[in-house]
Design a protein around this ligand. Structure first.
Ligand code: SF4
Length: 121
């Protein structure tokens, strides 16, 4: 029986959760104080996902970089590839919050969007 120890990120309580797995199948989840922790733990050991926040270079703007984030969660094993795609992108001012900076980043089905306004200089 494989055991995984996790800290729940569902709220500031940070419950310490233990997941027991057998042949990749979740057998038990303990240590969580609510259903959010149960769901988080099951997802984390079978299909971990993350939101990426970062910045990209912007040309002709009143700031040198534009803050961006993925509009939803992406598989954890795609993070390095997505970060590379985000690092290589260049956008032109002006940009509005919510504008799509990269559509369907690395074929994840998730867009990378601007998280602030950037005006032309
Ligand atoms: S299990 Fe529930 S109470 Fe505990 S940290 Fe997660 S969300 Fe918070």
């Amino acid at each position: 029986m494989e055991k995984r120890e996790l800290t729940c990120i569902g709220c500031p309580m940070g419950c310490q959760i233990t997941v027991e797995l057998e042949n990749g199948e979740v057998k038990s989840v303990t240590g969580n104080n609510c259903g959010i922790g149960d769901k988080y733990a099951r997802n984390e050991v079978t299909h971990p996902v993350r939101t990426i926040t970062s910045t990209v270079v912007i040309e002709g703007g009143d700031k040198p970089r534009l803050s961006v984030k993925t509009k939803g969660n992406i598989p954890k094993d795609k993070m390095a590839e997505c970060m590379k795609a985000i690092d290589s992108v260049r956008v032109k001012a002006p940009i509005k919050i919510g504008d799509v900076v990269i559509k369907d980043v690395c074929h994840t089905g998730i867009d990378v969007v601007a998280t602030r306004n950037i005006y032309s200089e």
